[in-house]
Design a protein around this ligand. Structure first.
Ligand code: SER
Length: 556
């Protein structure tokens, strides 16, 4: 059975049984406490909590998901970063009995997988939540022998919430030939920020089955990489190193989907993950002695496989390929010398924080790449030292800015503060006018002007430039307070502050916010009120490398 048929049959099965088929939501979630959509239920979170679902009580989806937690696992037979998750959901429509029966019928009758290949797990209970005897009973009634129903703990059979808080509950899983294929979650609780569980008023069902794993078992393949989802492009890669081959195949697919959502390689948040997997792919390409630019034909194959279901891949093909090609070119240049440099410092028996930061700053090695290389050599990386070096670097650049302006007197420092504030306003305005994919790629301030580099695939139109300028000037006219707060990094990001280099700031950070418009982690200095900026003007909008635009602007 082809993956396309499995996907189709799954959705048809639930549609026939009263479920509304809802399109996949974006990989970029609305919940700021998570980086990516990693589960089908995310877009339905409010409906488990009593908000009325516009789709009715029962729905089914095929959801695009990206799981950073599994990056390290990729290379075995079943773990992936990007995956398509098939799921049916009920917000008070049905519960355990119906959900288990539906799952069993689909797997057993529609997909023709015999009971003998199935093992079931159920929640065995703990101090807080009782054993799920009901699910076990239902499975027994469906003809699964007791010895094939295993009780497991929190780790395995309790799911959720996604992000900081939300619905969660015990699960029952269907394993086929030893592979976990389908996870049925019974949302009975709400977990708050302090990890406290309270029973939900209305119980819900959330199930998830990875299409790739389903294809693996339905097509009787030893790994997901041998299914028709991967076979057409993985066969282009040599078989000398199976793990490298699988990592390349997974990461290129993931990259294509991330870029199709407007994400560009960068040093922050989603862009950092994209850069990390692209650069990791390039390094593994080297291990397999692949020719330069090997990613492009692979990306094209990926687009071919998915274009019917995700037409945006085809319509954005040129952008996707350009972004990949540029990153490849950029990293190719430094990878070899970076690896040599790594080899040199590795001779000392461990990688110091300073060396890891040097590899990051000069050779573009994401910390994780250095860690991976170190692991292969059996040596350690001083991660804390890396963070400290990173922090020190920030302080030095901050001191540099102050020195640069300090020398020319107080007036210049004040002007710099204003330009800093203008940069934040500009960043926020660009995100509002062009979209959330806009991320700061670099910024430079002299006493005369600001320069701001940001991710955006095409030239801005004149109207867009005007709109951005107007929006910044409107905020200047509103004379808003620029509020300064000290907090820890996690709290800052959770409150929606934009940050450079996600998860990598230790200790306290300073957050500057302009009411309802801008919030960024930044060292400052800043104006006290936006009114001090008088008037903002964009002098130039130009390219600064592919996928990156540069704006020069002044205050008058
Ligand atoms: N939310 C559960 C999971 O992601 C079931 O859909 O596994």
């Amino acid at each position: 059975m082809t993956f396309a048929k499995l996907r189709r049959d799954f959705l048809a099965f639930f549609e026939k049984r009263g479920h509304k088929i809802v399109p996949s939501s974006s990989l970029m979630p609305t919940d700021p406490s998570v980086l990516f959509t990693s589960a089908g239920m995310q877009q339905f979170k409010p409906y488990y909590l009593g908000e009325k679902s516009p789709y009715g009580l029962n729905v089914a989806t095929c959801q695009k998901c990206f799981r950073t937690s599994d990056i390290e696992e990729v290379g075995d037979e079943s773990h992936l970063t990007f995956l398509e998750m098939l799921g049916n959901f009920s917000f008070g429509g049905y519960f355990k009995k119906e959900a288990i029966k539906l799952a069993f019928e689909l797997v057993n009758s529609t997909f023709q997988i015999p009971k003998s290949k199935m093992t079931i797990t159920v929640f065995g209970g703990d101090k807080e939540v009782p054993e799920d005897k009901e699910s076990a009973e239902i499975w027994k009634k469906l003809g699964i022998p007791e010895e094939k129903i295993k009780k497991c703990g929190r780790e395995d059979n309790f799911w959720g919430p996604t992000g900081e808080e939300g619905p969660c509950g015990p699960t029952t899983e269907i394993h086929i030939n030893g592979i976990e294929v389908w996870n049925l979650v019974f949302n009975e609780f709400y977990q708050n920020k302090n990890k406290k569980l309270t029973p939900l008023e209305q119980k819900g069902v959330d199930t998830g089955m990875g299409l790739e794993r389903l294809a693996m078992v339905a097509q009787n393949k030893p790994s997901v990489f041998e299914t028709d989802l991967f076979e057409p492009f993985i066969r282009e890669l040599p078989e000398t190193n199976i793990k490298a081959r699988r990592i390349i195949a997974d990461h290129i697919r993931g990259s294509v989907f991330l870029i199709s959502e407007g994400i560009l390689p960068s040093n922050v948040e989603q862009g950092y993950i994209l850069r990390r997997i692209l650069r990791r792919t390039i390094r593994y390409g080297k291990l397999l002695n692949l020719v330069k630019q090997f990613l492009i034909p692979l990306a094209q194959r990926v687009i071919e496989i998915y274009k019917d279901i995700y037409p945006e891949l085809k319509s954005k093909e040129a952008d996707i390929l350009t972004v990949i090609q540029n990153e490849e070119e950029k990293f190719e240049k430094t990878l070899e010398i970076g690896i040599k440099q790594f080899g040199k410092v590795a001779l000392r028996g461990a990688i110091s924080g300073k060396d890891a930061f040097h590899l990051f700053d000069t050779y573009g090695f994401p910390l994780e790449l250095t860690q991976e290389l170190a692991k292969e050599k059996g040596i350690k990386v001083d991660t804390e030292g890396f963070k400290a070096a990173f922090e020190k670097h920030r302080e030095i650049s901050r001191a540099g800015v102050e020195k640069k302006f300090g020398g020319v007197g107080k007036g210049a420092t004040i002007e710099a503060a204003k330009l800093h504030t203008a940069t934040h306003l500009l960043h926020a305005a660009l995100r509002e006018v062009l979209g959330e994919h806009v991320q700061q790629m670099g910024s430079d301030i002299t006493s005369q002007r600001l320069r701001f580099d940001f991710s955006h695939p095409v030239k801005m139109t004149q109207e867009q430039v005007k709109k951005v300028e107007d929006l910044v000037n409107q905020k200047i006219r509103e004379d808003l307070e620029v509020k300064k707060e000290e907090t820890d990094y996690q709290t800052a990001v959770k409150s929606g502050a934009l940050a450079f280099f996600k998860d990598k700031y230790p200790g306290k950070v300073t957050v500057y916010s302009i009411r309802g418009f801008s919030k960024e982690i930044c060292a400052g200095p800043h104006a006290k009120k936006t009114g001090e900026l008088s008037h903002f003007r964009i002098i130039k909008e130009e390219s600064s490398g592919s996928g990156v635009r540069r704006i020069r602007a002044i205050l008058k």
